[in-house]
Every structure is written in structure tokens, then in C-alpha cells.
Ligand binder design. Structure first.
Ligand SMILES: Cc1cc2nc3c(=O)[nH]c(=O)nc-3n(C[C@H](O)[C@H](O)[C@H](O)COP(=O)(O)OP(=O)(O)OC[C@H]3O[C@@H](n4cnc5c(N)ncnc54)[C@H](O)[C@@H]3O)c2cc1C
Length: 423
């Protein structure tokens, strides 16, 4: 079969690889000049297989207001919020307050995370991928007793799902992260032992290279602008290239929508709904000045909700969940909060003056799980809406999508990820 994949982010490229692995002819259409330049560009670098959770969380609903009021709080919203933002928040509230749904979705996402670790390891073992990758676990800090109690409460579900973890006291945490300053408050931590790190952008480009070597064709600088139907059946994509020319429509037997935050808009051409919202975040990537004082792996600081991740000889600091639509501005005060968190936990580790700032948009569904499944017609497949965990979940989502297209039995039930669940 000839399969057209829309989007060369981490989700589109891993999907293309999973399809070419099964012998399909694959064309990837990407509006930018290379793979992984949009949301997959400079995220927090966590492969947090054991820490995935749905966005529509009852606990988040309780914390949202206090977080919005704090100057350095992790949640921000443009004032006044747009109608789109309010609609998205209302849908989130509805899912968060549906009895039992959070627990069901959380288990479905954790199963996807565990399967993704397996699929990721298979990719790492099969190909020589260069992405500053590490499998040294993920540490979530507790700076006070309440945070510690929250972390301890996660143990039962981790046990039930067979996910490896350690509850650490402060000394054990410093032993695992010896570069961390002792001046910040620390009561203990949760370590997810099987999680990992790496540079998602470099990973995406490495997978794109693997795909090219396998014969996958990438049409960079080419935008999908519409669809062509013959006798009611989806048969081709309308394209625009960088020069504004309109190439011939690209005919294919099947189509996969992996366009990240743009999937929402593109879905209209296919006559389906992908109700994702672009949840903004920020990162700083800085060269290390003193590797001994840098994180060894990845550390989530509960005070600012900022993530510090080691990526080879660089450190990436990431934070914020901001509801402001597509606004690519990077306000200095957001970067200031990221720097404060680093001064607290890893002072002197990196040259923050030389740091590269970035902003990106998480393709977030109102409930939280990604959208994986058959779209409005039999030859349209959706693999998008991975929100905060797109890199973590990409390897599994790609395999599940390829299994569906191939008519194989899927490795996991897809009920929680159905495109039709939004009504
Ligand atoms: C601040 C921040 C921190 C994050 N941290 C983590 C983390 O630590 N771990 C993790 O797992 N995830 C993290 N994420 C989430 C993760 O980065 C995303 O879920 C993931 O990158 C989404 O990948 P994608 O391929 O779906 O989207 P993208 O990477 O955005 O790719 C979609 C591609 O489709 C292309 N496209 C769109 N429209 C068209 C069109 N019409 N024609 C052709 N091409 C088109 C775009 O140009 C783009 O390249 C973070 C996100 C942010 C913002």
C-alpha cells in the first residue's frame, strides 16, 4: 500500500518508520524544512513512560486557581480568555468530573507508556540513533510534606501496573543526583527507575534518516491544503510547496494525520473533529559549564513545576502550561522563573546567559489521552493529540497505528484513544 503521513514531528516520523518496517511505500508531507521543527523541537526531553497522566485530572482542577494566582505559578492564562480557551476548559472540566474516567484514562495511558518503553528500546537496539539518550530514570522532588504524601500516594497504582519505582529520602535523592544543591527544601522524591531522557528533535531527525534509508520519501516545505475524493472515497491530498506552487495532488491508498497542533484545523478537510488545544510551554537550553553540578538525568522540581534535564553536554530547563492560543512570544518573566528554579536546584551547572529560549505548543485533547484510530472513513487514520507526552508515547502510538492499518490485532485495546469519543 502507498500511505501518506501528514507531519514529520516525532509522531509522524515514528509512524512512517513503523509503516515502512511492514513493507509499505510511505510518503511524509511536512510543511517545514526538516523533521521535528515544531513541538518536537525543544521539549523537556523526558521519556516519562511511568509518569503519564490525563490532562483532565480532578486534582489539577483543585490546584488550577491557586496556581493561576501565583506569580511564578506553573499555570498561566491570557486575560480575558478567548471563547476557544473557555470551550476547551469547559470540556476539560466535564471530563475531569466524570466519575471514574480519570482513573480509566490514567491506566490506559500508563499501559501505552509501558508499551512505548518496549517499542522505544526496540528502536534503540535496532538502529544507531543519536539523540543524547539516557535511561537513568526520572526523579520527582517533594519540597514539603504535602508533596511527599502526594508522591507516596502514587505507589499503589505503580505497583498494580508493574512500573518500577523507588521512594527516596533526601539523602538517597542527593546520592542519585549529586550535583543538586543542598540549599533548596527537600523532603524526599519519587524515582521512576525505567524512565529515560534525550533530545526529541535529534531523535526525530535520526528516525527520519532511518526512514529515508528504508525508502520513505519526505516532501519537506510542502503543506497539505485539502483533500480529493473520488466517488466519495478519500484518494489524494492537495499540496502547496514552499514557493507557493501547487504540485499535483498526492494520491495514496491510506492517509495518517500526525500534524500535531495543526491536526485540529486539518481535520475539517477530512470532515472529522480533532478537538485539541495548543497548550504553550517554554524551555531554555544551555551549554554545561560544570557537569558535576548538573542533573545526571531528569528532575522535576515541585515548587516551580520546572523540569531540568541533562542532554549530553547541555541542560534543558522547561516549564509552564499556558492557555494563550497560538502566541509565539517568549516573555522575559517566564524565562526568569525557569532561571530561578535552576539557581535553586542546579546553580552554576550551565551558562544560562548562552541559553537558547524556545516556546512550543502541546497538542492537548480536552480529556488527555491521545487520539489513535480510524477517522471518519476507512482509509483515514489519526495519530495525534499527545499533549505533554508526545515523545514518550510516540513509539507505541506509531506501532498501534501501523498495526491498525495492516489489519493486525493491536497490542493494546484502543478504546480510550478512539477519535469518536468526543461525540
Ligand atoms: C514545553 C513542552 C515540554 C514538553 N516536554 C515533553 C517531554 O518531556 N516528554 C514528552 O514526551 N513530550 C513532551 N512535550 C510534548 C511533545 O513535545 C509533543 O507531544 C510532541 O512533540 C508532539 O509531536 P507531534 O509529532 O504530534 O507534533 P509536532 O512535533 O508539532 O509535529 C507536527 C508536524 O506537522 C507539520 N504540519 C502541520 N500542519 C501541516 C500541514 N498542513 N501540512 C504539512 N505538514 C504539517 C508541522 O509542521 C509539524 O512539523 C512537551 C511539549 C512542550 C511544549
Amino acid at each position: 500500500m502507498h500511505i501518506a503521513v501528514i507531519g514529520a514531528g516525532v509522531v509522524g516520523t515514528t509512524t512512517a518508520q513503523a509503516l515502512s518496517q511492514r513493507g509499505h511505500t510511505v510518503t511524509v508531507i511536512e510543511r517545514l524544512g526538516q523533521a521535528g521543527l515544531e513541538t518536537s523541537r525543544a521539549n523537556a526531553g523526558q521519556r516519562s513512560y511511568g509518569a503519564v497522566y490525563p490532562w483532565a485530572s480532578p486534582a489539577m482542577m483543585q490546584k488550577a486557581l491557586p496556581w493561576l494566582m501565583q506569580r511564578d505559578g506553573p499555570l498561566k492564562m491570557r486575560q480575558p480568555p478567548s471563547l476557544t480557551t473557555l470551550r476547551f476548559l469547559f470540556a476539560t472540566w466535564r471530563y475531569a468530573t466524570t466519575p471514574g474516567l480519570f482513573d480509566e484514562n490514567k491506566k490506559a495511558m500508563l499501559r501505552l507508556g509501558v508499551y512505548s518503553r518496549e517499542c522505544f528500546e526496540a528502536l534503540e537496539d535496532t538502529f544507531e540513533l543519536e539523540f543524547d539518550g539516557n535511561r537513568a530514570g526520572l526523579i520527582e522532588l517533594a519540597s514539603n510534606e504535602d508533596s511527599l504524601t502526594d508522591l507516596q500516594a502514587k505507589a499503589a497504582l505503580l505497583d498494580e501496573m508493574g512500573i518500577g519505582y523507588q521512594l527516596l529520602d533526601a539523602e538517597q535523592t542527593y546520592a542519585l543526583e549529586p550535583g543538586m544543591a543542598r540549599s533548596g527544601a527537600l523532603k524526599g522524591a519519587l524515582r521512576l527507575t525505567e524512565d529515560g531522557t534525550g533530545d526529541c528533535h535529534r531523535f526525530t531527525q535520526s528516525i527520519a534518516k532511518v526512514c529515508e534509508a528504508e525508502g520513505v520519501r519526505f516532501l519537506y516545505g510542502t503543506e497539505v491544503t485539502g483533500v480529493v475524493r473520488e466517488r466519495g472515497r478519500l484518494c489524494a491530498l492537495n499540496l502547496n510547496d514552499k514557493a507557493g506552487a501547487t504540485p499535483e495532488p498526492l494520491a495514496a491508498d491510506a492517509f495518517v494525520l500526525c500534524a500535531g497542533t495543526a491536526s485540529n484545523e486539518l481535520a475539517g478537510h477530512f470532515g472529522i473533529r480533532v478537538p485539541s488545544y495548543p497548550v504553550k510551554g517554554y524551555s531554555l537550553t544551555a551549554p554545561l559549564t560544570d557537569p558535576e553540578r548538573a542533573p545526571r538525568s531528569t528532575v522535576i522540581d515541585d515548587q516551580y513545576k520546572v523540569v531540568a534535564t541533562r542532554l549530553g553536554n547541555r541542560m534543558r530547563v522547561t516549564g509552564f502550561v499556558e492557555l494563550a492560543g497560538y502566541n509565539r512570544q517568549i516573555p522575559e518573566r517566564r524565562l526568569e522563573t525557569l532561571r530561578k528554579s535552576i539557581h535553586l536546584r542546579f546553580p552554576g551547572a550551565a551558562d544560562l546567559k548562552a541559553a537558547e529560549p524556545w516556546t512550543g505548543f502541546r497538542p492537548m485533547t480536552p480529556d488527555g489521552p491521545p487520539i489513535i484510530g480510524v477517522g471518519g472513513e476507512p482509509n483515514l487514520f489519526i495519530n495525534t493529540g499527545h499533549g505533554t507526552f508526545g515523545w514518550t508515547l510516540s513509539a507505541a502510538s506509531a506501532q498501534l497505528t501501523a498495526q491498525l492499518i495492516n489489519g493486525e490485532k493491536t497490542a493494546l485495546p484502543l478504546e480510550a484513544f478512539r477519535p469518536q469519543r468526543f461525540g
